[in-house]
Design a protein around this ligand. Structure first.
Ligand SMILES: CN(C)c1ccccc1CNc1ccc(C(N)=O)cn1
Length: 239
């Protein structure tokens, strides 16, 4: 899979590409992340990437020419990160991870000229209802979320236990020491009894989802076991 990111600030992506899981995945050529510097496509003397808005008003708008030129050099579905977009989520990440190549435009200033959106952008995506100085962090977040779904980037087991993978929030995690500052790890996790551990984890996931994100339970089919555990949870909570 290849992810192109068009940006005026390529240096923002150097750590993202060199460190940790993404860094290793790129080393192993499991995927490709191609950072395209929009500035290189500004052919005028002052390399102007933005200009004043027609109709007046504060702020600047990213010029269409450099973006059209930069888009000529990449392929795949074109995504534009903007507060006006559809909400990014794991489901969309999974869909995008099926693509051979995608291109993400990281906007700046007040955004990009609408003619680029109308004629080149396939999907406007928002990572949440808040405003950032630029689209680079949203682009990085989306690339991270999509990259970890590419086979080989993370171990299959941990992907299968992802929050949202089974439609529930994740269960609590513990590691050594077994007791710290007087706080003990739940006994069942030390028992080596895999079935009991699996049941405890499922119940904790259900409890957390029920308490923190009951909306996630609305659209979700519950297995017989999950229904039983949820009934236990409600009794225990006295709700
Ligand atoms: C400057 N702004 C407001 C802007 C306006 C239009 C496009 C891009 C930007 C860059 N900023 C962004 C981008 C995305 C998100 C998001 N929620 O996904 C938040 N902020």
């Amino acid at each position: 899979m290849k992810i192109n990111i068009l940006t005026l600030f390529p240096e923002m992506f150097s750590g993202f590409k060199s460190e940790s899981i993404i860094g290793k995945a790129l080393e192993k050529n499991l995927l490709e992340i191609n950072i395209v510097n929009i500035r290189e496509f500004c052919y005028d003397k002052h390399k102007q990437a933005d200009d004043m808005p027609f109709g007046g008003g504060a702020g600047m708008v990213m010029k269409p020419e450099p973006l059209f030129r930069a888009l000529e050099t990449v392929k795949g579905k074109v995504i534009y990160t903007t507060p006006q977009g559809v909400r990014f989520n794991q489901k969309l990440a999974i869909e995008l991870a099926q693509e051979e190549e995608i291109t993400i435009i990281a906007g700046h200033y007040e955004g990009i000229d609408e003619r680029v959106v109308e004629s080149k952008v396939d999907l406007e995506v928002s990572i949440g209802d808040f405003v950032l100085t630029g689209g680079e962090l949203p682009a990085m977040m989306m690339a991270d979320c999509i990259a970890r779904l590419v086979p080989g980037v993370i171990k299959k087991e941990s992907y299968e236990n992802d929050s949202f993978f089974n439609g529930l929030l994740d269960y609590p995690h513990y590691t050594r020491p077994a007791e710290y500052e007087g706080m003990k790890v739940p006994e069942v996790l030390l028992s080596g009894h895999h079935k009991n551990i699996e049941t405890w984890r499922l119940k904790e996931s259900l409890k957390r989802t029920y308490l923190r994100r009951r909306d996630l339970l609305v659209g979700r089919e519950l297995s017989k076991e999950e229904k039983k555990l949820l009934a236990e949870i409600k009794r225990e909570l006295g709700k």
